[in-house]
Design a protein. Structure first.
Length: 299
């Protein structure tokens, strides 16, 4: 991608980044977030399309008529697999076969896709891919909303795939085993990387009210469970770091203390990158737009 606008819609807000990508530098031209009322979105599913359209209207007012969309939901099937050298049509059939064993029997008319993650060191002339599948009606719900606003969706990507691209951009992740956790209201989504390679996604829901000590303790407990999993017999490499995004600097202090008390891990916010350039006097924090920046770094 050279130039364009990327959008990610969470439970809490709409994140928008317009950028021009030249060589290895992302030149941010505009970035803003639009608030969403509770109940408009739930786990990536559009609950109130009228309210979502109202929230998206500022895009048209800014002259944005084409976007690249990043989506995330438990409804999206995803699995890492190793494939030999095959034609694209053959890989798509492979993806369908791989995901058929984890599909929910109620899923119908599934759209399949994949992304290359790199060479598979354990198999000669093979590649690691991220297999993805989702019901067409899930995709159509987004296409319909944007179409009514006169906005064309040029592409759709899976949030975890953009996060994989992001960590290869940011400094300090090489050869580490770590967790990146998104805080999206009551939803806590954690992605585990073992030796800097994507391993799994863990989705949980906090039951305590956001901002309370009980809420922070719940998150600390979730991190502790992931740490134990990564240190199990199957995954012998211990987690050395945990990074959070979707949480403000003000909220971070007490949350990170709870995480440390529960897991003995020092929590941090995502680091900035010299490859991200912003206009003078423009405020920009990658923690507010992680998925959008990850999309912009796709190869």
């Amino acid at each position: 991608m050279k130039k364009g606008t990327v959008i990610y819609i969470s439970n809490m807000n709409i994140q928008v980044v317009t950028a021009d990508v030249k060589r290895d530098v992302i030149n941010i031209e505009d970035a803003f977030r639009l608030p969403l009322h509770e109940g408009v979105m739930l786990n990536g599913v559009i609950i109130d399309d009228h309210a979502l359209k109202d929230a998206l209207k500022p895009l048209s007012e800014k002259g944005i008529h084409e976007v690249h969309l990043v989506v995330d939901s438990p409804k999206i099937l995803a699995k890492v697999a190793s494939v030999p050298k095959l034609k694209e049509k053959e890989i798509l059939q492979f993806v369908k076969d791989e995901l058929s064993v984890v599909e929910n029997n109620t899923m119908e008319n599934v759209v399949y896709d994949f992304a290359y993650l790199g060479e598979d060191p354990s198999a000669k002339k093979a590649s690691r891919i991220l297999c993805v599948g989702v019901e067409r009606k899930f995709i159509d719900s987004y296409l319909d909303v944007f179409k009514e606003l006169g906005i064309t969706i040029k592409s759709i990507d899976y949030a975890v795939n953009t996060l994989i691209s992001l960590v290869h951009e940011l400094p300090g992740f090489l050869n580490k085993t770590y967790v990146i956790t998104q805080v999206d209201g009551q939803n806590i989504n954690s992605v585990l990387f073992i030796n800097n390679e994507y391993a799994l996604t863990s989705r949980s829901r906090a039951f305590a009210n956001q901002g309370t000590s009980e809420y922070e303790n719940e998150i600390g407990g979730l991190v502790s469970q992931l740490k134990q999993f990564a240190s199990s017999a199957t995954h012998e490499t211990p987690i050395s770091d945990i990074y959070f995004f979707g949480v403000s600097e003000q909220e971070s202090e007490s949350l990170f203390e709870s995480v440390y008390q529960a897991s003995n891990l020092i929590a941090k916010r995502l680091p900035s990158s010299r490859a991200i350039s912003v206009k003078q006097n423009m405020e920009f924090d990658v923690n507010d737009y992680a998925y959008c920046i990850g999309y912009l770094r796709r190869k």
